[in-house]
Design a binder for this molecule. Structure first.
Ligand code: MN
Length: 186
């Protein structure tokens, strides 16, 4: 798609998948050292964890990137499946996520150490305010499917999270609990 004229694209409400575009896929092999139990992750590295659509919109101010993300259910040890998470390179760029199916959380934190998490459920929109890193966590039994949009020049900073981790992690202790991340580096 070229996006120089109005257009439309389909995303299935339950699977999140599009018949018009090719998704990008992330496997557990793409999330080295991001879970608490690295040994458990290594044993199941080939597992498809999530996919998302990057439609290739021009990365210019005023353009809107959009698409779906699909985070599959499952755990690594007792830690729920999650996305890598990132800050935006232009850190003042916010983002909106709208839940289509499944259930989970958006975990967010800013550079000053403010941490919060908001439930993602069908019909619930999460506003990721500017300055906040964000990571999806699937705490349910079905794919967690969301629609997202952000200004297309945002850029993605994955490295800060790779280096430091999030301050909180989400474990299954008879249901989801958020605890301090023992691996977090200041
Ligand atoms: Mn983002």
């Amino acid at each position: 798609m070229k996006f120089n004229r109005p257009c439309s694209i389909d995303f299935d409400l339950t699977t999140g998948l599009s018949s018009n575009a090719v998704s990008k896929k992330r496997y557990l092999s793409d999330l080295k050292n991001m879970y608490q139990d690295e040994e458990a992750r290594l044993k199941i590295e080939s597992r498809l964890t999530y996919e998302y659509y990057d439609l290739g919109l021009p990365e210019e101010a005023g353009e809107l990137s959009f698409g779906t993300s699909i985070l599959y259910p499952g755990k690594v040890g007792n830690e729920y499946h999650m996305t890598k998470g990132h800050f935006h390179q232009h850190i003042d760029t916010p983002e909106v996520y709208y839940g289509l199916s499944g259930e989970g959380y958006m975990l967010m934190e800013n550079m000053e150490g403010d941490v919060c998490w908001e439930k993602i459920t069908p019909g619930n929109a999460v506003y990721v305010a500017k300055g906040y890193a964000h990571r999806m966590i699937n705490t349910g039994n079905d794919p967690l499917v969301v629609f997202y949009t952000y200004e297309a020049n945002a850029g993605h900073d994955y490295q800060t999270i790779l280096d430091k981790g999030f301050r909180k992690i989400c474990l299954d202790d008879n249901g989801p609990v958020f605890i301090d991340n023992p691996k977090w580096k200041e």
